[in-house]
Ligand binder design. Sequence first.
Ligand SMILES: *[C@@H]1O[C@H](CO)[C@@H](O)[C@H](O)[C@H]1NC(C)=O
Ligand SMILES: *[C@@H]1O[C@H](CO)[C@@H](O)[C@H](O)[C@H]1NC(C)=O
Ligand SMILES: *[C@@H]1O[C@H](CO)[C@@H](O)[C@H](O)[C@H]1NC(C)=O
Ligand SMILES: *[C@@H]1O[C@H](CO)[C@@H](O)[C@H](O)[C@H]1NC(C)=O
Length: 448
Amino acid sequence: MESAACPARAAAAVDLRWLLSVAAGGLFALLLLLTISPFPFPSSSSPRFFLSPTPSSSPRTLPPLFVESTLSGPAPPSTTTSPPRFAYLISGSAGDAGMMRRCLLALYHPRNRYILHLDAEAPDADRAGLAAYVAAHPLLSKTGNVRVVEKANLVTYRGPTMVTTTLHAAAAFLWGEGRGRGADWDWFINLSASDYPLVTQDDLMHVFSKLPRDLNFIDHTSNISWKAFARAMPVIIDPALYMKTKGDLFWVPERRSLPTAFKLFTGSAWMVLSRPFVEYLIWGWDNLPRTVLMYYANFISSPEGYFHTVACNAEEFRNTTVNSDLHYISWDNPPMQHPHHLTLADWDAMLASGAPFARKFPRDDPVLDRIDAEVLARRGGADVVAPGGWCAGAGEVGNGKSNETCAAVGDAAVVRPGPGAERLQGLVSSLLSEENFRPKQCVVEEEN
Ligand SMILES: *[C@@H]1O[C@H](CO)[C@@H](O)[C@H](O)[C@H]1NC(C)=O
Ligand SMILES: *[C@@H]1O[C@H](CO)[C@@H](O)[C@H](O)[C@H]1NC(C)=O
Ligand SMILES: *[C@@H]1O[C@H](CO)[C@@H](O)[C@H](O)[C@H]1NC(C)=O
Ligand SMILES: *[C@@H]1O[C@H](CO)[C@@H](O)[C@H](O)[C@H]1NC(C)=O
């Protein structure tokens, strides 16, 4: 039997080789076409996806067989030395417009990008008011880096529409001003109107300028324990995906088994995502982000799992994952559905954490005034932005004249880190230390 089978196997091998070389040639031609086609790319640097490995430097390199390996080369090390830029999504609902405005001004920096999303619960008047505020603000209107989402998404609490809203903003950031001319940012940060910064943007830029630009900060674990039964097995439907008006999530009577095609991870819904990872999610050249998204369409609390599961199951992103959401969040003991509201009593613990963001704050709580005064040096009225090295005449910042000096943008690349940078550096160094970074990265716990 063995020997008789041999010639057939050899013939099959020849056939296969021939087929592979034809397929590879076809693929190569397709890739060449792609590189010269006028299809709009999201950024000036993105042709790297289509050219790596660089054909000119190694002319004898065979075209790769699988499209993914060509498209998903690791992000090139950043060659720029200018401070990184952040793309912020700030979301809220009915009654949040005021807090959202304040959060925006506290996070403001002319180099960053901002998208404000008030979901469909909020009346159109709130969205219009917010847009009018941005248009009338002397600084925000001049720099033009704040966008208010006009066509609000219907968002159901704990439903997949929370994830699609985040992906909507991510896609808009990649798309930029239109036809893919945008994406001049390095990290995407998802915040809510009840979040507030604990460092200045200069602090954040200073610390992040020293980090590899492909790091993703995602708090995660594969120990889904009780969530396996309560979250992963129930099948839910979010009517906001297809209805014009809001309805509650509903449960399908059948339960499903845990996935075997990928490993589930879960964690905090707040995260700081690198641009390469956001491109991977939105472009979906590898099908994983798309299939996992469709899986999570019927998953309760999908914002606490989708990004975590994709990052930890994608070979090329697993190694970039830092196990933290960079937020200070204080849970009651035992934990309730929502974290407890932060007040002045939390001041010391909050700052000692080194986290750049905290939540959640009650509207106009005195603790926010203290952050404005002592951390952000944001003084001079409700409409002033937090000052930074970018302010024209920035030498005067801190002498109480910040509203005049920051009415114009001087050199936006000037960064003046303060004590917040030291706190944040402490946290980041600990997260990236030998005992934390790799050992806590996408660890698959034993089933119990
Ligand atoms: C993003 O931020 C919002 C806060 O409004 C939050 O509810 C949501 O779960 C976050 N995460 C994701 C992945 O959408
Ligand atoms: C998983 O989490 C549960 C509850 O949080 C805990 O009791 C259990 O020890 C954890 N298992 C592992 C392997 O860490
Ligand atoms: C990720 O890290 C592991 C262990 O250090 C290494 O074997 C693997 O090649 C890395 N993967 C990528 C895509 O860099
Ligand atoms: C800042 O501007 C407001 C008006 O917008 C003004 O009332 C206030 O006095 C100014 N503050 C300083 C310190 O000049």
